[in-house]
Design a protein around this ligand. Sequence first.
Ligand SMILES: [Zn+2]
Length: 270
Amino acid sequence: MKRLVTTTVMAASLSALTLTGCSSTTGTGAVGVDRQQLLLVSSEQVLQLSAQSYAKTIQEARAKRVLDTNTAQLNRLKNIANRLVGQVGVYRPDAAKWQWEVHTIKSNELNAFVLPGGKIMFYSGIIDRLNLTDDEIAAIMGHEMSHALREHSRERLSRQYATQTGIGVAASIFGLSQGQADLANVAGDLGLSRPHSRTQEAEADQIGLELMARAGYNPQAAVTLWQKMQRASQGEPPEFLSTHPASSNRIANLQSLMPKVMPLYQKARR
Ligand SMILES: [Zn+2]
């Protein structure tokens, strides 16, 4: 993470938060994601929170002896991540140089996430219990990586910052100079683990589909993945689905994008 700043610098930079207005974090790619985003909080501030949050999760998992316990599974995920990261330049060239990281947690939970800046975490439960193929894992990972590429968490924090109540909240986060753990807790609270908006979800689906297709993973697997998710949600709703509802609307949208991404997949397979 090349642009990390120290906590002190970050706290000091609160006063430097300025209205940078609207811009878009990514290019449009083949599927055509083009939406202006409100970005008031800097990337550096979000990356700082993300790095601390990821480090804390890793530390806790290691303490419980559930971190990266299955080397074969970890390597499988790393291979998939590498192939997807090889394609991120289509959307934003700088992301090819991010310090992408992959870890696993041994847990029954159906969960996976990518934090801002490309910090990937998969719970073994989602892979084992849904019996995911490599293509389906690529669908989840591509979706989550797309949230990071589009800086959706930064956008959400910016929106909170822009609201009256958000100003106090943002000041308290970015003004914190002590207690990294506190900061990481706030990060978890403040959106790194909250549901994304429907617009953001649709964007992550779109971009994720293109990334997987270009990396040579069959985009149709995104449909079978969400069908599996839908079936899994009939019992106790899995953690992943609380932030990513597997609606039939989502599946229909994915299907409607197939004509755009299947040629990319076929080209990648040749
Ligand atoms: Zn999502």
